[in-house]
Design a protein around this ligand. Sequence first.
Ligand code: FAD
Ligand code: UDP
Length: 368
Amino acid sequence: MAQFDYLIVGSGLFGAVFAHEAMRKGKKCLVIDKRKHPGGNVYCEQVDGINVHKYGAHIFHTNDKEIWEYVNQFVEFNRYTNSPVAFYKDEVYNLPFNMNTFQQLWGIKTPEEAKNKITEQVIASGIKEPKNLEEQAISLVGTDIYEKLIKGYTEKQWGRKATELPTFIIKRLPVRFTYDNNYFNDRYQGIPIGGYNKLIDGLLDGIEVRLQVDFFSQREELTKLADKIVFTGKIDEFYNYQFGNLEYRSLKFENKTLDQSNFQGNAVINYTDSKIPYTRIIEHKHFEFGTQNKTIITYEYPDEWSQGKESYYPINDSRNNAIYSQYKSLSEKETKVIFGGRLAEYKYYDMHQIIASALKKSKDYLNK
Ligand code: FAD
Ligand code: UDP
C-alpha cells in the first residue's frame, strides 16, 4: 500500500483544484512544488501592503457561473474590470479595440464610420482567409490598428514575426463597436479580495504540501509514495525530451517601489511601439483600488526562453504542436499518471479554463 492516493506535482491552480477535489472524496494527497511558495503563476507577494503579482498580472474572468461560484467559495472578488491603455509613441489609445480606440485613431464617432474604415482597409489588404496572426489581425481591425497597436507589441512579446504566429493568439482580444473598454467579454470578473494566495490557501487547506521539492530530483522515491500521480510540470521534461524540447516564451520582471501614490493611473499600460523594450507596466495597487502612499510598478520584458528559464507562454506553432502531439500520445498510455495544466498540456490556458479542466479531470478520475 502506498502512503498517499495521489502525488500532485505542482501547486498551481490545476494542482490545487485537483488536490482539493480529491481530498473532498476522501483521498489522501501530497502536493509538491519546486518553488518556495504554492500557487504557481498566480502567487502574489505582499510588499508595503500591496499584493504584487509576482509572475505577471492576473485578472480573473469567466462566463461560467459554476466556475465563478467555485472560486467564490474560497475568497470574495472585488469589482475590478480590466481596461488597459496602450501607449504608441506619444499617442494614447483605449483597449480592447472598441469605439473609443476608433475615435482616438480616426476621429470618427459612429459604429458605421468605424466599420467602413476597417472594411476599406481589409479590402485594400487583399486578405481573404487569414493564415497567420498578421493576416488575422488586419482582417479583424484593419492596417492602421495593426501597425500601431498590434505589430510592435506582438513581435516583441513573441520574439517572432507576426506572419509566423498562429491566428488564435489575436482572437483572444474582443473587437467591439460600442464605447466599452472592458478587456473581457465574460460575465464575471475581478481580483480576489486580499489576493490570489487566499484562493490557493483555501484550496490547499488540510492538504500536505512540500515546497522546494523538484519531482525530477527524487523521481523514483516520490513515484513510490502514491498510487497515482497528477503531473502539472513540463511534459517534455517528464519524457526526458526524447522527441525534443518544446519551446516557450519567457519573461523578465523588473519591480520598482516609488514614493508616490499614483504612477500611471491604471493597473495595466501596454507599450505597443517596437522600440520600447518592455510590453507593459503594471501598477499593482490599482487591481485592489489601493490607497497607500507608495506604489509598486513592474516592467514586463519579453525574454528569449532557454533551458532553466521560467516557461511562461507555450509557442503553439506547427513545429511545437507536432512535438507535443508525440508526447501526448505517450501520455495517453500511462495508467498511473494524469497530466494537466498549462505546462503538461502545452496550452495557452487562462485561469478559468485551468479550473474547468481540473474539475473535469478530477471528476473523470475520482469517480472511476
Ligand atoms: P502553473 O501556475 O505554472 O503551476 C505549475 C506549478 O508546477 C508551478 O508552481 C511549478 O513550480 C510546479 N512545477 C513544475 N514542474 C515541477 C517539478 N518538476 N517539480 C515540482 N513542481 C513543479 N490567466 C487569466 O485567467 N487571467 C490573466 O490575466 C492571466 N495573466 C497571465 C499573465 C502571465 C504573464 C502568464 C504567464 C499567465 C497568465 N494567465 C492568466 C494564465 C494563468 O497563469 C494560468 O492559466 C494558470 O496559472 C496555470 O495554472 P497551472 O497550474 O497550469 O500552472
Ligand atoms: N496584443 C497586441 N497589442 C496589445 C495587447 C495584445 O498586439 O496591446 C496581442 C499580442 O499578440 C498578445 C495577444 O494580443 O500576445 C494576446 O493578448 P493578451 O493581453 O490576451 O495576452 P496575455 O495577457 O495573455 O499576455
